[in-house]
Design a protein around this ligand. Sequence first.
Ligand code: AHM
Ligand code: MG
Length: 318
Amino acid sequence: MIKNNEELNSYLTNQNLNEDLILVLKTISDSCFEISETIRSSGINNLIGKTGEINVQGEKVEKLDEYANNLLIRNLSHSGKVFLMGSEEIESAIIPNPNNIDSEYVVVFDPLDGSSNIDVSVTIGTIFAIYKKINNDQNDLENLLQKGKNAIVAGYTVYGSSTVMCLSSSVDTSLFSFDKNGRALRTHSNIKHGNSNIYSVNESNWNNFTEKDKSWIKKLKSGTEGEYTARYVGSLVSDFHRNLIKGGVFAYPYDSITGEGRLRLIYECNPLSFIAKNTNGDASDGERKILEIKPSNLHQRVGFYVGSKKEMEIRKKS
Ligand code: AHM
Ligand code: MG
């Protein structure tokens, strides 16, 4: 049952989004509010800790990962407007049940990003993007393996000291806070990337950085490009949210020894790169624009640099 969410509804209607897409977005908003409420009381409801399962990423599944994943799949299926889903937690494509073969939209999500922070009550979040299906075959992975530039709307919700949802399209990027009844109220509109000098990098990986990245980070530290400060939550969605509002860059480069990336193209990098683009920021894997990469598989990992153009330019010259 979708909440009576007048402000969100009128915002989405004014964006000229179609009714079905509006219903998908309201379903995501309601789901995020429910996840937020559950997280707040997770300690007293035995929802902290691992399930004992290992997910497709080879990582131990947290109880809250499983809860958020199941909730999103169930609610989006029941919206009747989702054709196909992809989740960071699930190996294959997710066909809604009941099966909504006639619906238009493909939704991809990381149900709970930053899971390593759950046990210590540090900010985590949900990341998502919405595409149109490209054919009517729910078994055709091409519907999910779309370039990020094809997204229609992307967003995230951070469960931090307050719960904030970001919705972004090529027309507008806005932030919403939830009231106690789960109504999403708009607090900021037409957001653009801030100008502060922040870099967010896990420097414990230093020995595996390329010479180019070492030289870039040394430049940011040296003060020759302005005074920089380091901020790293270890939860991508929180690091991105802070940098979007304040400014700066987040980087998780390819490992120069194994050649592997850490972050997932479809569930993490594409949605956030789409938001970065809509807010005057930029995103690359170090060489290519993230939004131009054709995913080769559902769980492809890439190097990821996202944030203000200023730091991206400094890296190019490093
Ligand atoms: P998750 O989706 O399983 O939580 O993993 C992704 C997280 C990102 O939120 C974060 O930026 C990164 O992993 C942190 O990795 P590290 O602990 O290596 O710094
Ligand atoms: Mg994640």
